[in-house]
Design a protein around this ligand. Structure first.
Ligand code: ANZ
Length: 949
């Protein structure tokens, strides 16, 4: 029988659905294994061959684990909220729900053709109210919580209220925004609104003032990548930095736990390092500086705190710098400097934080005030500059130009003094260019309350200074994290609505039993004319507190009927806890029931791209830790093992058009080998009309009207295209649709080939030229099973071939080294062919081994072997070491040190026996040629050297 992959694959895809082969249920008698892919955003373009790479890799593992007896959860769903559908809606008026649905249908068709073992009964879509019910619920839980630093966990905000009632802020150690101080009596005398405002400073989900890219022209906030050179990417309208109230998540409270957790998971070192840097733990010192501001001939005193990691450099401070947004700017700016300062602040408003950090431009302005160095009493001018960021440390620094490159650049630019801490220290420009960042050779030593510049290592010097300033009461040790709280509001339509309404300007939660709060219908998807987010267009969007329901906005009276939040949640909201929902997707009572959570625990293997290292993988770890604090998720870390699949790059093809000034003439294209004889321009050509780098000329002519009458200069009657490896993208015409490959070769070939391209984690080019090899292999594989099979004793060689394969494939799958496993299959099939192996039991074993890689062909052949159950439920074979022992060894036979030929010996032959056989061989006689054998040296497993004279 022929290998008719199209029929076979259709048949099994149908059967799997009919028999619910991939339906999974909790089963206490079997050990669980949870495999997860980062779920896709269903884009309009559909899948290209790069997308399924990770899914195939995880599917192989999932199938393998099932064969090893595990109860495997392998779900799939869609990250269905997001910008592209919304942009499309704005441009075309098409409702994003409709485009999303359409795209999902297309994705599903494509996925189904590849033969994954997903349990589709567990599908989640982030835009489904039944799903986002739990996103909204989690948000409300966060709103009603604060973070207790002592217990290092989230606790109900009620506990904080009790603390305020009893002690005010005394003995409080809770993660907070601004530091506040008040007594229990103060608290009790506050009205409801004041109390709510105070609580907002501690909530885990809170409304906070954050800097945003505000585009007045578009009436909306833009993401950093939507702003180019200070104007909106779309429309080119000016963008300014503006403080706006936005929902934020207090991710920063979890910074230390996020760091600690990294030690417990099996992720690649590089991703862990990226997260560590992102969290950015920095241990330093906060030091208080007094300041003086000349006002009407007098000096007004103030004080402020700076954060430094180099307390040891306090003798080198020559000026101080405030972040432009710092509240101190207002206090410390003198009348004389006011105009200049205001102009500078206007300039900074146009700069995004990214510009400020990456730009090497030196800008700044003097406030008119001076700081006092607590160690020397010296007066230091206080400047304002954009290189000091308001969100980090205290937003104020002591500048040490001799030992910090940015301070150095600033000092040079504004002609401020530079005091090296080491006599003769190199403070030339070159020394800073050469050493990026800080010069770390400024040891200081404490002598009589002062520092002299020698002796200690930097580390010791920092420690000594820390101790000194702490003892003197002018400073204390401080750990800072770069990790910021996450901004959680978007002024967009296609996202989860916040279950929030506003009473007297303060947010209140819609009762939990009224969730989900469904996304309302609106007629247009843009911001309103008055600059409100799109939800400002919703009519039934007011909360009736008494009747607990949404009502028409015109009824708002701010007594019982209140306005509802107009922002929606950002993209990462829906993906933050989806792995928990898959465990129990139909539960209407909880995000995940206790039983399901305790059974599935967390994801054992997570497969996805590295681009999520600082986004999704930070947010979902935070989200899970929060849920874990309340016992909703039994594990603290959501993803035990993480594998990052590489990118599949496109292999682009080019045709070479001969340059011509006359555009009315039909174009002429010259084949690759001849192109150097002309002046040409390379043009990307659709890879789907190129086969093995040979252009399908007719298809090319039909591709574009302007090529209908094109002419070609051929080599050997063929047009050979050039090629290059580039990103797989529509604009390069190098996108390969898996459907096309499946049609031509079948899904099993596609799966095998994607894995054969190279290690899962490596990026590699898609090169269709190699796919034939994989397809031929499957045909060969198929053929072996077409012979009459026997139950006779298998040959030793066949036993060895198959058991070698079992061992190799088992090990390789565990290591995700699928490409080497596939090579092993190819070798084994060749060996079995040569051995004419037709042993049923061995071939059955080999079938189970290939089932994770090529499930359709495996099922089909399994059935022909008379098996009634799916091969998915077979038992993974175990190799027997006894069969692997080599029965023969090959040795090189040399004469007087010269290697001449190879000979095979029984593996257990002793030295003497080897010597005898070697000397007796006919070929040996030729080399001995009548001479006398002086000695024979046998090096076991290597050579036999016959020395003769
Ligand atoms: C004096 C000094 C001397 C500093 C020296 C460095 C080198 P990390 O390690 O990233 O925590 N800094 C503090 N707050 C800042 C802010 N809001 N914006 C910009 N820079 C800020 O860096 C801490 C160092 O960065 C601090 O130590 C401070 O400069 C600066 F030879 O203080 B240092």
């Amino acid at each position: 029988m022929e290998y008719n992959f199209t029929e076979i694959e259709k048949k099994w895809q149908r059967k799997w659905v009919e028999k619910q082969t991939y339906k999974v249920q909790e089963d206490k008698n079997r050990e669980k294994f949870y495999v997860l892919n980062m779920f896709p955003y269903p884009s309009g373009a559909g899948l290209h061959v790069g997308h399924p790479l990770g899914y195939i890799a995880s599917d192989i593992y999932a199938r393998y684990k099932r064969l090893k007896g595990f109860n495997v959860l392998n779900p799939m769903g869609y990250d269905a909220y997001g910008l592209p559908a919304e942009q499309y809606a704005i441009q075309t008026g098409q409702h994003p729900a409709i485009t999303t649905e359409k795209n999902i249908t297309r994705y599903r068709e494509q996925l189904d053709k590849i033969g994954f073992s997903f349990d589709w009964d567990r599908e989640v879509r982030t835009c489904d109210p039944k799903y986002y019910h739990w996103t909204q619920w989690a948000f409300q839980q966060m709103f009603n919580s604060c973070y207790d630093n002592r217990q290092q966990k989230a606790v109900p905000i009620k506990q904080l209220i009790r603390h305020f009632e009893e002690e005010g802020t005394l003995n409080l150690d809770v993660a907070q925004g601004e530091e506040k101080m008040f007594s229990a009596r103060d608290w009790m005398s506050m009205d409801e609104k004041e109390q709510q405002e105070i609580l907002m400073n501690y909530r885990i989900a809170y409304l906070g003032e954050t800097m945003v890219n505000w585009c007045p022209g578009l009436g909306t906030v833009l993401a950093n990548d939507e702003v180019v050179d200070g104007v909106s990417e779309r429309g080119g309208f000016p963008v300014i930095q503006k403080k706006m109230k936005q929902w934020c998540l207090r991710v920063s409270a979890y910074a230390q736990r996020m760091l600690d957790g990294l030690d417990k998971v099996q992720w690649s070192d590089s991703i862990k390092e990226t997260q560590r840097n992102w969290i950015g733990r920095s241990e330093g010192t906060e030091v208080e500086f007094k300041s003086v501001t000349p006002v009407d001939g007098k000096e007004v005193e103030n004080a402020f705190t700076i954060f430094t990691t180099r307390a040891d450099t306090m003798f080198g401070v020559t000026f101080m710098v405030l972040a432009p947004e710092s509240e101190l700017v207002e206090k410390l700016t003198t009348a004389e400097q006011r105009k200049e300062v205001e102009e500078y602040l206007t300039y900074v408003k146009k700069r995004t934080e990214l510009d400020r950090m990456s730009d090497r431009k030196v800008t700044g302005v003097f406030t008119g005030s001076y700081g006092i160095n607590p160690l020397t009493g010296e007066k230091l001018p206080i400047w304002i500059s954009e290189y000091v960021l308001s969100g980090y440390g205290t937003g104020a620094i002591m500048a040490v130009p001799a030992h910090d490159s940015r301070d150095y650049a600033f000092a040079k630019h504004f002609n401020l003094p530079i005091i090296p801490l080491i006599e003769g220290a190199d403070v030339s420009e070159e020394s800073f260019d050469a050493k990026e960042g800080t010069v770390i050779n400024s040891p200081v030593k404490e002598t009589e309350g002062c520092f002299s510049l020698n002796g200690l290592s930097v580390k010791e010097a920092i420690a000594a200074t820390k101790k000194y300033v702490t003892d003197k009461g002018i400073g204390h040790v401080k750990v800072n994290y770069r990790l910021r709280d996450a901004i959680f509001s978007r002024q967009r339509y296609w996202g989860e609505p916040f279950p929030v309404y506003y009473k007297d300007g303060m947010p209140y939660m819609i009762p939990t039993d009224c969730l989900p709060l469904e996304l309302p219908e609106i007629d247009k998807f843009e911001p309103t004319e008055s600059g409100e987010p799109p939800l400002g267009r919703a009519k039934i969007w007011a909360w009736d507190e008494a009747n607990k329901k949404l009502v028409d906005k015109s009824l708002i009276d701010n007594k019982t009927i209140f306005p509802v939040e107009l922002n929606t949640m950002p993209g990462f909201a829906g993906s933050s806890a989806y792995y928990l929902r898959y465990m129990d997707p139909h539960n209407d009572e909880a995000l995940v029931g206790k039983e399901a959570d305790e059974y599935w625990q967390n994801v054992d293997l997570y497969v996805g791209g590295t681009e999520h290292a600082t986004g999704h993988l930070i947010y979902s770890r935070f989200w899970n830790k929060f849920l874990h604090d309340y016992g909703y998720s039994c594990k603290e870390e959501p993803y035990e093992k993480l594998v990052n699949q590489g990118m599949i790059q496109g292999r682009s093809n080019f045709v070479y058009r001969i340059n011509s000034d006359d555009h009315s003439k039909d174009p002429v294209f010259v084949s690759l080998g001849l192109k150097d004889q002309y002046e040409t321009t390379p043009i990307h050509v659709d890879v789907n009309i190129v086969h093995g780098d040979i252009l399908d000329i007719e298809a090319f002519k039909a591709w574009r009207p302007e090529y209908n009458n094109a002419e070609f200069i051929l080599e050997n009657d063929k047009y050979v295209c050039g090629w290059a490896v580039e990103k797989m993208s529509k604009s390069m015409f190098n996108v390969v649709n898996p459907d096309v490959i499946i049609e031509q070769y079948g899904a099993d070939t596609l799966r095998l080939y994607e894995m054969f391209l190279g290690p899962v984690e490596a990026s590699k080019p898609w090169d269709t030229n190699g796919i034939d090899g994989c397809h031929r292999f499957l045909k060969k594989f198929w053929k072996i099973y077409q012979q009459e099979l026997t139950d006779d004793e298998p040959s030793k060689e066949s036993l060895k071939s198959v058991h070698k394969l079992i061992k190799k494939v088992s090990g390789d799958i565990e290591q995700f080294s699928y490409n080497t496993a596939i090579s092993a299959f190819m070798i084994c099939v060749n060996e079995l062919g040569q051995q004419k192996c037709n042993n049923r039991s061995l071939l059955k074993d080999m079938l189970i081994l290939i089932a994770p890689f090529a499930p359709h062909i495996a099922e089909e052949l399994w059935e022909t072997l008379g098996q009634k159950e799916s091969i998915c439920d077979a038992k993974w074979p175990q190799w027997n070491e006894a069969y692997l022992i080599e029965s023969e060894v090959q040795l090189t036979i040399s004469f007087n040190g010269k290697a001449r030929f190879q000979m095979t010996f029984p593996a257990d032959a002793g030295k003497e026996e080897i010597e005898k056989i070697a000397v007796a061989d006919e070929r040996s006689q030729k080399y001995i040629d009548g001479k006398t054998i002086i000695k024979v040296i046998v090096v076991p497993k290597k050579i036999v050297n016959i020395v003769c004279k």
